[in-house]
Design a protein around this ligand. Sequence first.
Ligand code: SAH
Ligand code: AVI
Length: 320
Amino acid sequence: MTDAARIAAPAPDPAMLAELRAGLSRPQKELPAKYFYDQRGSELFEAITRLPEYYLTRTEQALLERRVPEWVAGLRPRALVELGAGSAEKTRTVLDAMRRTLGGGTYVPVDVSAEFLEDVAARLAADYPEIDVVPVVADITADFALPDILPRPTLHAFLGSTIGNFAPDAAAALLARVRRRMGEGDGLLMGVDLRKAPAVVEAAYNDAAGVTAEFNRNMLRVLNAVAGADFDPDAYDHRAFYRRELHRIEMHLVARAAQTVTIPDAGAFRLRAGESIRTEISCKHDRASVDALLAAAGLRVERWETDAAGLFAILLALPA
Ligand code: SAH
Ligand code: AVI
């Protein structure tokens, strides 16, 4: 590689530019949530998980500690494939159980946040010498390749309620792609955030310390870096509100004043003062809506566990 090639930023991928153009051309402008996550975005998300208002992570952690040892002992997975692994802190409950049950195995964390994933994988490889850690940088909303030989049974994991970041049709399509990789004896371990008083959800996405607002604005910094856009992150307010009829909270960035954003090779996009870009949806579920999603994907709930307050659920699903 020449020095120039090493230094120059890679040309933006045409599919990404088309996706940005389509999203910013809709009446309600929107951008895909995966663009939150560069190194800083992943670190901001980790900070969110420790906020007092963000009940999701600690509630899921307690549920995993309660049920995963038994579920893993029953399934006896020799491989674990995790979608959107992030810091994989909670995943350690699964890795501990695999180590106890079978003495080791293979762990494949999949994530778009490349640098963050490399660090997480290196730390896990050091902490779990009996486990073969094989990180895969990929977009889980598209088809992606996994290592050729994955030992069976394989447990797929999708934690943190990241499934909620997809509207029901897209969520079912994503789960159907997981299902197509599964054979007899494989399972899916998933975490889902449950429907509750909107004020509780709104507090979790409007924290007093303003970390979620920074996380939201980080998407604009990411797009400036990867697509050469000229967003001014400080020109947008964070807004998150619950839509009862859709059982979801939405995060938006609201332009404080009229502005034009230019993305080379994608176009120029005008925003009115007060106009917003939707950056994320986070759908909240109940047992019936989860059953419907899984059924549409050819899966069924085998085990289901919620906390006493009914905030969050973890489940083990098997091929229907
Ligand atoms: N599973 C962790 C992290 C959840 S945050 C937890 O439960 O705490 C969501 C994670 O999914 C982030 O690490 C983000 O980088 C990743 N992610 C988001 N969209 C993605 C996509 N389209 N493809 C792959 N990874 C994605
Ligand atoms: C990753 N995902 C499940 C988080 C959520 O709660 O929807 C992302 C997040 N957005 C704002 N805070 C956290």
